[in-house]
Ligand binder design. Sequence first.
Ligand code: ADP
Length: 163
Amino acid sequence: MAIAIYPGSFDPITHGHIDIARRARKLFDRMFVAVVANPHKRPYFTLEERVEITQAALVEEGVNGIEVISFDGLLVDCAREHGADAIVRGLRANSDFEYEFQMALTNRDMAPEFESVFFMTAKRFSFLSSSIVKEISMYGGDVSTFVPKSVERALLGKLGHAG
Ligand code: ADP
């Protein structure tokens, strides 16, 4: 049984992430989306909010059979704990490559039993990032083509609290 773990900040999850999760799900028998605590990135949504938003978005988009978990610490420890065989990541422009390359080689040094597997972004999502979505939302822009309705509601809710 092949098990994959797709880690990320998911702050918040976008259609770009969902596309990767949907495609990866087809190749693995069991899949986890792992929301990283990532305190040094100063996340917009709390860890609990990101887990909830991610779960709701996957359900809304009909991506079934994925378990959403959270973790704080080393990815390889989380992967080991969940019996994963592969670490899934998405690749957009060149700018993702260097970071992903470094992470994949570092993870392999620490844990050679995991394979890092990369999914190329869909053309229409190649410029989409959580940061862009947050920025547009903060200035009152329309993010409906970038994120599911449930995420849009969460962004509006956050704005309401901030304002
Ligand atoms: P991290 O902080 O770990 O990079 P992100 O939530 O930003 O967390 O991204 C998680 C993974 O999803 C990364 O591998 C990233 O390259 C990928 N990803 C993010 N947005 C997209 C997108 N629009 N298309 C494809 N992959 C994406």
